[in-house]
Design a protein. Structure first.
Length: 274
């Protein structure tokens, strides 16, 4: 006899996935069409003329899209690496230890994600001026830590809240050095959390506009800044082409890390509460 509850649950799951896919993909369809259109006017459902001129311009040296693309990748990777270096030990402290004022520390970590970015960057801009970090790539990388570090720290805190330090103790009792213990025991156990947190950090840094504009001063031209410039100029075709280039790295990273995102580690029982 067929279980009706199971059938309805399966159909609901399929329907939910379909709605989610449509919700995520539908906004991208007009963007993709615009990148190949030579004018698209109401009430035409599709453009009457198709062309590759927008893509040819976007990929040319004149547009500067490729330079901005590599610069954005470098900044996002650097901000992600720094977030990992700081977020892993900070997450370990928050996830594994109880101490006085822990709630205050967690609130302070969450504060940059709650306070509007423009307010944060206006406060830090004068400090960066005195340090000579404005209008520089290094300053943009450092300011990107403000929104990326909370994600990395909280993800790692959730990982370490379910982490069993007995594995490290067993490795040390067998003669493993602290470095080997971390490399062969701790790192494989927390790697799913590093990948997830790093993915969040990269995508958050990748999409920063206000922080980059204020600290970079318009001299550090990342892809979001270039995309906004073309979008406000009324060139929908070039905006569509640059927009498609802009979203490709995020999709590529998501596909590469899909297995890790859904996997579980033997030493880490998934994401726990801090």
């Amino acid at each position: 006899m067929i279980n009706q509850d199971g059938v309805w649950t399966r159909w609901f799951r399929y329907l939910t996935c379909l709605v989610l896919v449509v919700w995520l993909i539908m906004p991208l369809i007009p963007l993709a069409i615009w990148s190949f259109a030579r004018g698209w006017f109401f009430p035409d459902i599709l453009p009457r003329q198709w062309t590759m001129q927008a893509w040819e311009y976007a990929l040319s040296e004149t547009a500067g899209v490729l330079d901005s693309l590599w610069l954005t990748i470098g900044i996002s990777l650097s901000a992600t690496a720094l977030s990992i270096l700081v977020g892993v030990p900070a997450g370990r402290a928050l996830g594994m230890y109880k101490f006085k004022g822990k709630e205050v520390v967690e609130l302070m970590i969450l504060a940059p994600t709650i306070v509007p970015g423009i307010a944060v960057v206006l406060g830090i801009h004068s400090v960066f001026i005195s340090l000579g970090l404005t209008n520089t790539v290094q300053g943009v990388i450092l300011v990107h830590l403000i929104p990326t570090l909370p994600y990395m720290t909280l993800v790692m805190a959730g990982i370490f809240s379910n982490y069993d330090p007995a594995f490290e103790a067993q490795a040390r009792s067998l003669g493993a050095s602290p470095l080997k213990t971390f490399w062969y025991v701790t790192l494989p156990a927390i790697m799913p959390g590093i990948i997830v947190g790093g993915l969040f950090a990269f995508l958050v840094s990748w999409s920063q506009y206000i922080l980059t504009l204020m600290i970079g001063g318009g001299r550090v031209v990342t892809l979001p800044l270039l995309l906004f410039n073309f979008a406000t100029s009324g060139r929908n075709d070039i905006t569509g082409a640059i927009g498609m280039i802009y979203i490709l790295p995020g999709i590529f990273i998501l596909l590469l890390t899909a297995k890790q995102l859904s996997g579980r580690s033997g030493a880490v029982g998934g994401f726990g509460r801090i």
